[in-house]
Write a protein of this length. Structure first.
Length: 120
């Protein structure tokens, strides 16, 4: 019984570490939770709602979790980031956000349309 309990605790810790390492999100986040060298996006204005934190300067597709649902963002990379309407940096260029900048509301042109981004 003790061995089973220990194995369960270790398995849960491994799943948690893997999930966080892959950019999955904890239950809530604020702009200051966005780590250095990450691009972070939220589903609602003022950094509220669902969110996704991605290391580096590119994401070819944000996935179903937040696709076409971004309203606020933070760029903690050292590069300007361009946000696009479609996957693989296709479609319209919706917004450019400089290094270290954040937007509590990306405005009507880009709101709920972002699918990918990369350094530009």
């Amino acid at each position: 019984m003790k061995r089973t309990l220990v194995a369960g605790v270790i398995a849960a810790a491994c799943v948690t570490a893997t999930t966080v390492g892959l950019g999955a999100t904890p239950a809530s986040a604020v702009p200051n939770d966005c780590p250095k060298k990450y691009v972070c996006v939220w589903g609602d204005s003022n950094y509220e709602g669902r969110f996704l934190f991605v290391p580096g300067t590119k994401r070819s597709n944000v996935g179903d979790h937040i696709n076409d649902q971004t309203t606020s963002l933070r760029n903690r990379t050292g590069s300007q980031i361009c946000f696009y309407d479609n996957s693989n940096y296709g479609g319209s260029l919706l917004s450019r956000v400089g290094p270290g900048e954040s937007r509590p509301n990306i405005g009507p042109t880009a709101n709920d349309r972002i699918t990918s981004w990369r350094a530009c």
